[in-house]
Design a protein around this ligand. Structure first.
Ligand SMILES: [Zn+2]
Length: 200
């Protein structure tokens, strides 16, 4: 859960944080999921609100608490954690560094080569999706090519061995070349094709 709501929501939810995390713990126990998330820190949406400095800080503080609670939940249940990080990579990594037992996928990665290395040197996986097909994603495309340049990539498994996983973020982030209106798992093929094209 990343908080995207307005200021009343922020104030209301603050008192409910530990209740929310307890409830989430119960859901995980009851439903036996394969993963926790996506969760993380999103500084893009709070900046888009008309927040005062105090409201912004509160919102970010709540996100931190919920994120750290979910990191601990994932460790407790021995589940992987899929992390949403928007305009917040250093802060996300800093929190994750406090919990080295977490098994992390940084989903929907859009960063550059340096950020890719920062994630990989911690052993976290990097999720690549349809954004890699956008010509506007120059840093991402250049960074991934540089990162993979000495690896012999022939199959998605080879990518995985380099810490890269493919994802769609369905129904969002339709890859270029898709004929549908909503993204779907079959589009993994387009993302994979684009990576092969970029690294050849
Ligand atoms: Zn996300």
């Amino acid at each position: 859960m990343a908080i995207k709501g307005g200021s009343n929501y922020v104030t209301d939810i603050k008192t409910k944080l530990s209740e929310l995390l307890t409830e989430l713990d119960k859901i995980v126990t009851d439903y036996d999921p394969i993963m926790i998330g996506e969760c993380g820190l999103d500084f893009y949406w709070p900046r888009k609100q008309n927040f005062s400095k105090q409201e912004y800080d509160e919102c970010v503080g709540i996100q931190r608490e919920l994120f750290e609670g979910q990191i601990m939940l994932a460790i407790k249940h021995d589940l992987p954690l899929t992390v949403h990080s928007r305009d917040s990579l250093p802060e996300c990594l800093q929190l994750l560094d406090k919990h080295p037992k977490a098994k992390v996928v940084m989903h929907s990665f859009t960063g550059d080569y340096g950020q890719l290395l920062e994630i990989r040197e911690r052993g976290h996986l990097v999720g690549i999706n349809g954004i890699i097909t956008y010509s506007s994603a120059k840093d991402l495309r250049k960074g991934l090519v540089k990162y993979l340049k000495d690896s012999d990539i022939k199959t998605p498994k080879d990518l995985y061995s380099q810490g890269i996983v493919l994802e769609t973020d369905s129904p969002f982030l339709l890859p270029r070349g898709s004929v549908q209106k909503k993204n779907q798992p079959a589009n993994i093929q387009l993302i994979w094709n684009e990576i092969l094209f970029l690294i050849k």
